[in-house]
Design a binder for this molecule. Structure first.
Ligand code: FAD
Length: 368
C-alpha cells in the first residue's frame, strides 16, 4: 500500500488529522470532491476580500491549549462578532443586552430591564412549554420574542414556532451589561489572510487531490492506504441503507458592489418574514478591509434533499435513531475512522472539530 492514511475530505477535521499523522511520519493522501481544500471554512478571494463561501465563520474558543494550537499556524486579528438585527424598521444590537433593551423599551438600568423582562415572563410564560414559542416567551418575555426571535426562527426552520419543539431553544442568554460581544469565549478572531492560510499550513507537504469523489471508485481508493479517515456523510458511506439522515440547507446569493461600505457591519440579521433571507454578510468587515468595492452575501435557509448541501443536522429522535444504526455499522469496520461533522452527524464549531481530530489522533497513536 502506498499510503498509511487515505483521508476523505480536506475540511478542518481531515486537515488537522493529516497534519498530525504526517508529523508522526505517516504518509497521507487527502482527497476532496470539491474543487478546493478547506471544506466549509474555504474563502474565495475577490480582489483582496476573503469571501466566506459556505457562510460566515468566526473562530472562538475558551480553551488555552487549542488557542495555542491554532496560533502555530495563523495569527488572528481582533475581530469581535457583534451582529446587528433589523426588525420592523429598526436596528437592534445582539446578543440581547442592555443596548437591545434600551432600543426596545428605552430602559436605562439593569433593574428596569430585568423588571420589564420578568413581568412579561410572568404574564405570558408557562412552566411547561410545549413548543418553541412558549419556551422562548417563558425565557425572555413577549417583546423580545416577537421582535427578534419569532420570524427569524420560522424562516430558519421553515416551520411555525408553535410547530417547533421547545428543546431547540434551551437557553436564551440575556445580559444586563452594555456588551455587544456575541461570544463569551476568552479568544476570538479571524485568521489574518483568511481561513485558507490555516488550511494551507496544516496541509503543507501533504499530497492533496481535489475534484476527486471517493465514491467514484471506492474500492480502488481503499487499496491505496492501510487506513481510511472518512469525513463525508456517514449515511452515504453505507449507501443510505437506513434511509438518509436529514439536514437543513442554505443557499447563498453573493454580489460584488462598487461601493466601499454596504451595511457597516459584518453580520446583519433580518428578522422580518418579508425578507426571505435571514442575514446579510459583508465580508470585508471581518478583516477591516478598506477596498473601494465590497462583497455581500444573502443567506437563505432552505429545505434539504440529497441534491443540496447538508448544513445543519436535524438531531431529532427519528434522525438520531437512524444515526445510531449507522454508527453501529461504522464501529464494525476497524480500518475506517469516521470523523467530522458529516460522519458524526453533529453540529461542531471549528474549535470543537479541531479538538475532536486531535483527540482521535491521540487514540490512534496510543498517546495519553
Ligand atoms: P467539512 O468542512 O464539511 O469538510 C468535509 C469535506 O469532505 C468537504 O470538503 C467535502 O467536500 C468532503 N467530502 C465529503 N464527501 C466526500 C467524498 N465522497 N469524496 C471526497 N470528499 C468528500 N464554526 C465556528 O467555529 N464559527 C462559526 O462562525 C461557524 N459558522 C458556521 C456557519 C455555517 C453556515 C455552518 C454550516 C457552519 C459553521 N461553523 C462555524 C462550523 C464549521 O463550518 C465546522 O466546524 C467545520 O467546517 C467542520 O469541518 P469538517 O472537516 O468536519 O467538515
Amino acid at each position: 500500500m502506498k499510503y498509511d492514511y487515505l483521508i476523505v475530505g480536506a475540511g478542518l477535521y481531515g486537515s488537522v488529522f493529516a497534519h498530525e499523522a504526517n508529523k508522526r511520519n505517516k504518509k497521507c493522501l487527502v482527497i476532496d470532491k470539491r474543487n478546493h481544500k478547506g471544506g466549509n471554512v474555504f474563502c474565495e478571494n475577490v480582489e483582496g476580500i476573503n469571501v466566506h463561501k459556505y457562510g460566515a465563520h468566526i473562530f472562538h474558543t475558551n480553551d488555552d491549549e487549542l488557542w495555542r494550537y491554532v496560533n502555530q499556524f495563523v495569527t488572528f486579528n481582533n475581530f469581535v462578532n457583534s451582529p446587528i438585527a433589523t426588525a420592523k424598521g429598526k436596528l437592534y444590537n445582539l446578543p440581547f443586552n442592555m443596548n437591545t433593551f434600551y432600543q426596545l423599551w428605552g430602559t436605562k438600568t439593569p433593574e428596569e430591564a430585568k423588571a420589564k423582562i420578568n413581568s412579561q415572563i410572568q404574564e405570558f410564560g408557562t412552566d411547561n412549554p410545549s413548543n418553541l414559542e412558549e419556551q422562548a416567551i417563558s425565557l425572555v418575555g413577549k417583546d423580545i420574542y416577537e421582535t427578534l426571535i419569532k420570524e427569524y426562527t420560522e424562516k430558519q426552520w421553515g416551520k411555525k414556532a408553535t410547530d417547533l419543539p421547545s428543546f431547540i431553544i434551551k437557553r436564551l442568554p440575556v445580559r444586563f451589561t452594555f456588551d455587544n460581544n456575541y461570544f463569551k469565549d476568552k479568544y476570538q478572531g479571524i485568521p489574518i489572510g483568511g481561513y485558507n492560510v490555516l488550511i494551507d499550513k496544516l496541509l503543507e507537504g501533504i499530497e492533496v487531490r481535489t475534484n476527486v469523489d471517493y465514491f467514484s471508485d471506492k474500492d480502488a481508493f481503499d487499496q491505496l492506504a492501510a487506513k481510511v479517515v472518512f469525513t463525508g456523510k456517514i449515511d452515504e458511506y453505507f449507501n443510505y441503507c437506513f434511509e438518509p439522515l436529514e439536514y437543513r440547507s442554505l443557499e447563498f446569493d453573493t454580489q460584488r458592489l462598487e461601493i466601499d461600505n454596504y451595511q457597516g457591519n459584518a453580520v446583519v440579521n433580518y428578522n422580518d418574514k418579508e425578507f426571505t433571507y435571514t442575514r446579510i454578510i459583508e465580508h470585508k468587515h471581518f478583516e477591516f478591509g478598506n477596498q473601494a468595492h465590497t462583497v455581500i452575501t444573502k443567506e437563505y435557509p432552505k429545505d434539504w434533499d440529497l441534491s443540496k448541501e447538508a448544513y445543519y443536522p436535524i438531531n431529532d429522535e427519528v434522525n438520531q435513531a437512524k444515526y445510531e444504526l449507522y454508527k453501529e455499522k461504522a464501529l464494525s469496520i476497524p480500518n475506517v475512522i469516521f470523523g467530522g461533522r458529516l460522519a458524526e452527524y453533529r453540529y461542531y464549531d471549528m474549535h470543537q472539530i479541531i479538538a475532536s481530530a486531535l483527540k482521535r489522533i491521540k487514540t490512534e497513536f496510543n498517546e495519553s
